[in-house]
Write a protein that binds this ligand. Structure first.
Ligand code: PLP
Length: 372
């Protein structure tokens, strides 16, 4: 009996996505770049997926570039422009590290994780080529007002491109409402019920980036490499189902999120909700517990088959201190007791009730150990 509350790390695949991809591992195995009928069949599947993704993301089919993952989409943007790059300090490392690598400007955020618009305005000098601001934060769930960011960037730095990492947004927000405000948008299939290892970068018509991966010239020279046909088809199927179910699912999941957070705040002393709920997506529950360490808490949760997380885990699974909480000004003593529970389309009332019991008893146990 696994209680899975780590949907921001990855989601279980939607059955429609699994079903959609299977034929491309079997009889429809062709390389879409070929010239025979099998190739044309695979190419048709990609074209259909592109049309569908474009409609769901609020862009034109020619503006959809299929990539290998969200990280690649983010890197392709930051590494693909020449000129100064700017991003807020709470970005995912897939944006933050390339921005730092390029000597870009990292601007501050407020206590809820929203980019500080005054600091951003000050950074928008005439040499800025790219501003990248995430639509939804992966750690604390904060939603960015992309219309406000866009208005500022367009007025202060009309020459700059605006990118949004919408990897954590697709499950919760209608992408058609984000796309008009930006020039570039990154998505990743495994965050909305698709497979790992396939992503999207939308690139507004007329915008040109230096490609990160060159070779066979696929994706109109914007991203070379033989297409992951099965992954692309499954990405489109997962996004379509996500889009159809979003409104109902958001209401249901917000109620479950309230139940888990309210339950914990009621039972556990000195528990603090990190970001007000009206600032974030429905699936995000982020709470800090004074007097304990996340790593020990996650160990106890893991023993009880509850899957959650804290700061971003690095590839080795080891915990890193949260750059997001630090940027938000959360004191270190509080940040070290952070717990991120992220709900999703498979989450049930039984999951959240069990999480409340297990988290509350684990925090009590750790506090006793620490004091005693
Ligand atoms: N951007 C954000 C906000 C994310 O949460 C993630 C994944 O954790 C990524 C980018 C990277 O996506 P991918 O796992 O597809 O490389």
């Amino acid at each position: 009996m696994l209680t899975y509350l780590d949907h921001a790390a990855t989601t279980p695949m939607r059955p429609v996505a699994i079903e959609a991809m299977l034929p491309f591992f079997a009889e429809r195995f062709a390389n879409p770049s070929g010239s025979h009928r099998f190739a044309r069949d695979a190419r048709k599947a990609i074209d259909e997926a592109r049309d569908e993704v474009a409609e769901l993301a609020g862009v034109r089919p020619g503006e959809v570039v299929f990539t290998g993952c969200g990280t690649e989409s983010d890197n392709a943007v930051v590494m693909g422009v020449s000129g100064k790059v700017v991003c807020p300090a709470v970005e995912h490392h897939a944006v933050l590290h390339p921005v730092e690598h390029r000597g870009g400007t990292v601007v501050g955020v407020d206590a809820a994780g929203h980019v500080d618009l005054d600091e951003l305005a000050a950074a928008l000098t005439p040499d800025v080529a790219l501003v990248s601001v995430m639509a939804v934060n992966n750690e604390v769930g904060t939603v960015t007002d992309m219309a406000a960011v866009s208005q500022l960037v367009r007025s202060r730095a009309p020459q700059a491109l605006l990118h949004t990492d919408a990897v954590q947004a697709a499950s919760w927000l209608d992408l058609r409402g984000i796309a008009p405000h930006v020039d570039l948008m990154s998505l990743s299939a495994h965050k909305f019920g698709g497979p790992k290892g396939v992503g999207v970068l939308t690139v507004r018509d007329g915008v040109s980036l230096e490609p990160l991966i060159v070779g066979g010239g696929q994706e109109r020279e914007r991203r070379s490499g033989t297409h992951n046909v099965a992954g692309i088809v499954a990405l489109a199927a997962a996004l379509a189902e996500t889009d159809v179910q979003r409104d109902d699912s958001n209401a249901r999941i917000a109620a479950l999120r309230d139940r888990v957070v309210d339950g914990l705040l009621e039972i556990v002393d000195d528990a603090v909700e990190t970001v007000p709920r009206d600032r974030k997506v429905p699936g995000s529950a982020h709470v800090c517990f004074d007097g304990i360490e996340s790593e020990s808490l996650l160990y106890l949760l893991d023993e009880a088959d509850v899957c959650a997380s804290a700061a971003s885990a690095c590839a080795s699974g080891a915990m890193e201190p949260s750059h997001v909480l630090a940027a938000m000004g959360v004191p270190k003593s509080r940040a070290q007791g952070a717990l991120r529970m992220t709900l999703g389309y498979t989450t049930t009332p039984a999951d959240v009730d069990r999480a409340v019991d297990v988290v509350a008893s684990s925090v009590t146990r750790l506090r006793r150990l620490f004091v005693g």
